[in-house]
Design a protein around this ligand. Sequence first.
Ligand SMILES: *[C@@H]1O[C@H](CO)[C@@H](O)[C@H](O)[C@H]1NC(C)=O
Ligand SMILES: *[C@@H]1O[C@H](CO)[C@@H](O)[C@H](O)[C@H]1NC(C)=O
Ligand SMILES: *[C@@H]1O[C@H](CO)[C@@H](O)[C@H](O)[C@H]1NC(C)=O
Ligand SMILES: *[C@@H]1O[C@H](CO)[C@@H](O)[C@H](O)[C@H]1NC(C)=O
Ligand SMILES: *[C@@H]1O[C@H](CO)[C@@H](O)[C@H](O)[C@H]1NC(C)=O
Ligand SMILES: *[C@@H]1O[C@H](CO)[C@@H](O)[C@H](O)[C@H]1NC(C)=O
Ligand SMILES: *[C@@H]1O[C@H](CO)[C@@H](O)[C@H](O)[C@H]1NC(C)=O
Length: 342
Amino acid sequence: MHKLLVSLAVLSAVSAAGTTCKTGNVVNRLVSGRPYYFPATWNETMPAPELAKEQTCSWTVTIPQGYYARLIIDGTVRDKDSRFQIIDSVGNFIQTTHEEMDPYFFPPTKFTLAVSNEGVATFGFQIQWIAHNNTEMDFAFVGSLDHDLNVTSSVFCEGLGGAEGISLLAFPQNRKHPYSLRSTLVYEAAPNQQIGNFINNLYEMYLTKKQWISNVPSIVICNLEVSNNTDFLVVQSSVHTKNLNYVELVTVPGTKYNATVNSEKKLSALISASYYNQTMTDIQMDATSVISLYYGTPSGFTFDKNYTATEMKSALPMEYPGGAYTVQWVLNSGKAVFTFQA
Ligand SMILES: *[C@@H]1O[C@H](CO)[C@@H](O)[C@H](O)[C@H]1NC(C)=O
Ligand SMILES: *[C@@H]1O[C@H](CO)[C@@H](O)[C@H](O)[C@H]1NC(C)=O
Ligand SMILES: *[C@@H]1O[C@H](CO)[C@@H](O)[C@H](O)[C@H]1NC(C)=O
Ligand SMILES: *[C@@H]1O[C@H](CO)[C@@H](O)[C@H](O)[C@H]1NC(C)=O
Ligand SMILES: *[C@@H]1O[C@H](CO)[C@@H](O)[C@H](O)[C@H]1NC(C)=O
Ligand SMILES: *[C@@H]1O[C@H](CO)[C@@H](O)[C@H](O)[C@H]1NC(C)=O
Ligand SMILES: *[C@@H]1O[C@H](CO)[C@@H](O)[C@H](O)[C@H]1NC(C)=O
């Protein structure tokens, strides 16, 4: 009787105040291969668990070779001094206040998760360690044509090599919340077309809003999980693109949409990678500027035609069929505003 009363009292204290935690936790892959949960009584089918006020906690999660870690967090902080933080093995620092179990992926050897809150919050997480020992992989040499991938539509690893390096530019379906790009990891290629050092994930590369260029000739891309988003990845040989500042054309079906390209300081190009047919309906550009149109990576191979402002205007409307390739408009000087309809 006494025992029961005590444990009931403890239980209600916990549920009223929320869970507590501490800094310096180390979490290793469980021998059972099962996921790790915080709090231990929570799982992803339940509502986000309450976290007691004024907690400062951290978990260093180790990841053995041959595995990756998959993290989901469910939680929300409710005041401006509270946050969730993640630091991965290459120093990416992620700070958020709200998580809805959109997964994060980490290669060996570790990542750190922390929470710091003032007021009561909700916070629970799950970590899975998943074997990743790809032995078979295709290797593609990327020359003067772009090599484009529906990058999160399947689980794969692929080696990619260029004359100098590889340029990557992602076109996520969900631009406001492109979390599905987190599952695509980019590595240096090791000899014998093996996976070498981890470089970064596509999500972090996309956040820079620039093409990413490798400083080694060959890389390996692995997508670890299938998403429902049609995330397109444009892979090019950086020898052809390194001088360009890219502006991505965001196709919005059923509307007119603009894209502005500015080549006043740096040679800039508008790039489209769309499955929708699009029509260019208008263009504003300097009378003395030239637009070079390419169906693919800007190179002699894919060059279509040069247009002055007058030539461009008289060619309108111009139709561009959608498909698994890019259309690129390189503006040699000044500024231009392109208007499209899809
Ligand atoms: C989550 O916990 C509930 C309650 O303990 C249990 O019934 C359910 O099977 C668990 N689900 C998973 C996916 O572990
Ligand atoms: C991959 O690693 C897992 C876990 O170590 C192992 O069970 C599995 O057999 C490995 N698969 C291959 C193809 O090597
Ligand atoms: C990529 O996804 C698009 C849109 O879902 C689809 O039309 C296309 O066939 C896919 N391409 C490949 C190579 O799977
Ligand atoms: C993807 O879409 C299918 C069908 O709509 C759905 O059953 C599945 O749960 C979705 N997967 C994810 C990860 O959202
Ligand atoms: C697009 O650009 C044109 C020309 O600069 C401008 O008149 C129009 O209002 C813009 N439309 C949108 C949707 O921004
Ligand atoms: C096209 O225009 C670019 C930029 O002005 C120029 O460098 C190139 O020589 C032109 N190409 C042709 C075939 O006229
Ligand atoms: C896109 O254009 C091509 C011809 O360029 C046409 O065959 C196709 O039906 C069009 N697709 C759509 C969805 O309108």
